[in-house]
Design a protein around this ligand. Structure first.
Ligand SMILES: [Zn+2]
Length: 454
């Protein structure tokens, strides 16, 4: 008997512990979680009543219901009211208002969100949360207009645009092209005015630029830049690869930069001409994409003339198609101007600059990059000696490096490149004082005059 009663109490204890354990388990399980849904209303501060309301609702156990209401004075609109038979996970909502809400006259609206999760907590009712935000109604689009710009832009070339951009709640503005490049503008002359250089890459067939401004209420304004595109033809060169060439510098570079040991002669060439070129150009594009926020009045640029008595040995924009034993194997665009003089000639800049980079860069060899302001950069490839370092301030006429044949270069020459916010442009334009005056300096002067008259 005693044994049995002992056994009974042991059983009772075990059952009791199991129940406690079960309760603790359930108490801590997702099924019975006690956290309310997390509601985030991404629109903040201002709203134009038309842009979608972006709302995120998250919960560990999933959601069983949510409701979004818009209130303004006496009027109220239900934007969403959802009930799930089975719980859904996190929700990202982009809600549009009904058209009749566009006409609301009040200067404020309130957005309320209620949500319930799938937890069995609260006697199966789940955890509920609500959130309310008041948004100021702003239906006015940003004001933008071009003040002055270059008359035309040549394929592969540069241009400038000065514009006004104004809004009480401005969020961002930029000049965007038909090929998706966004040029960042720099404050110009007086408050509310901006300037940017724009560029037409030699690899793009058409050019269109649009100033785009967005405010934090969701209003967007667009205005096209009245610059006339001029489609210049560039040369396509067919280059036959010789074994001598492929076994020389190409293989030297390929091995130095870690091409696959088993790579054949053409794979080595493709490694240098495609993979290395791509990586090295990425480095250049990143360095040359930066623009300052400082207000400027002009861009005092003198014609560029990096190499005394430099003969042009390769043009900007050449489309090079390479073939080997009668078969096309690779291609590339030459995105600078090649100039040659005596070996190890001094390279001088005619313009003050800050050194943005001065290191070895793969096929470009030893390569200084200079920043001249307004997103305008120059690069100098294949140098033998670098005489500047990153961060240096350079005066005009200063020697920055000596020509050489470092990187992917057969003979001693300078690969001179000009970039506008990360896009390679025709150096010839920036080597022509007349072009600089007509296309860059004059439009900026015209803009200052027009701004003064306002
Ligand atoms: Zn070159």
């Amino acid at each position: 008997m005693r044994k049995k009663s002992n056994f009974g109490s042991m059983m009772a204890t075990a059952i009791f512990l199991a129940i406690i354990g079960g309760v603790i388990y359930l108490y801590n399980s997702v099924m019975f979680e006690r956290d309310k849904p997390n509601i985030v209303i991404e629109n903040s501060g201002f709203w134009n009543l038309r842009a979608p309301l972006k709302i995120k609702i998250d919960d560990a156990s999933g959601l069983t219901a949510y409701k979004v209401t818009l209130k303004s004075g006496e009027e109220s609109f239900v934007l969403a009211d959802e009930l799930f038979v089975s719980p859904a996970g996190s929700q990202t909502l982009e809600l549009k208002t009904p058209k009749r809400a566009y006409a609301l006259k009040n200067s404020e609206v309130t957005v309320s969100v209620e949500a319930t999760d799938a937890s069995k907590w609260n006697f199966m009712a789940g955890n509920s949360a609500s959130k309310k935000v008041t948004l100021q109604v702003d239906k006015k689009r940003p004001y933008i207009s071009t003040i002055a710009s270059s008359y035309r832009i040549i394929k592969g070339g540069s241009a400038v645009v000065v514009f006004k951009a104004e809004d009480n709640n401005m969020e961002e503005f930029y000049v965007e092209t038909n090929f998706g490049k966004r040029f960042k503008a720099q404050p110009f002359y007086k408050e509310g005015y901006y300037v940017t250089l724009i560029a037409w890459p030699v690899t793009e067939d058409t050019f269109r630029a649009t100033i785009i401004a967005k405010d934090s209420a969701g209003n967007v304004a667009k205005s096209s830049v009245p610059v006339i595109p001029y489609n210049k033809r560039y040369r396509t060169s067919h280059i036959k690869l010789s074994d001598h060439f492929l076994n020389g510098k190409v293989s030297e570079l390929a091995y130095a930069y870690g091409v696959d040991d088993n790579a054949d002669i053409i794979e080595r060439f493709k490694f240098v001409n495609e993979e290395m070129r791509h990586n090295n150009e990425e480095v250049i594009h990143e360095i040359t994409s930066k623009v300052s926020d400082k207000m400027i009045n002009n861009l005092p640029i003198k014609k560029m003339y990096p190499l005394k008595n430099g003969q042009v040995v390769a043009q900007f924009g050449d489309h090079r198609i390479y073939s080997y034993k009668g078969e096309e194997v690779s291609e590339a665009y030459h995105l600078g101007l090649d100039l040659a003089s005596n070996a190890m000639s001094p390279i001088k800049t005619q313009n003050p600059a800050v050194v943005a980079f001065a290191e070895e860069n793969g096929i470009y060899g030893n390569m200084p990059v200079l920043y001249h302001g307004l997103g305008l950069y120059t690069i100098y490839g294949h140098c033998s000696t670098l005489m500047v370092k990153e961060g240096d301030t350079i005066r005009s006429k200063e020697t920055i490096a000596k020509t050489g044949r470092s990187g992917y270069a057969m003979g001693d020459h300078l690969h001179f490149g000009v970039l506008v916010q990360g896009i390679e442009v025709r150096p010839q334009e920036w080597m022509d004082q007349d072009w600089i005056r007509k296309s860059i300096t004059d439009p900026m002067r015209e803009a200052r005059k027009l701004i003064n008259q306002r």
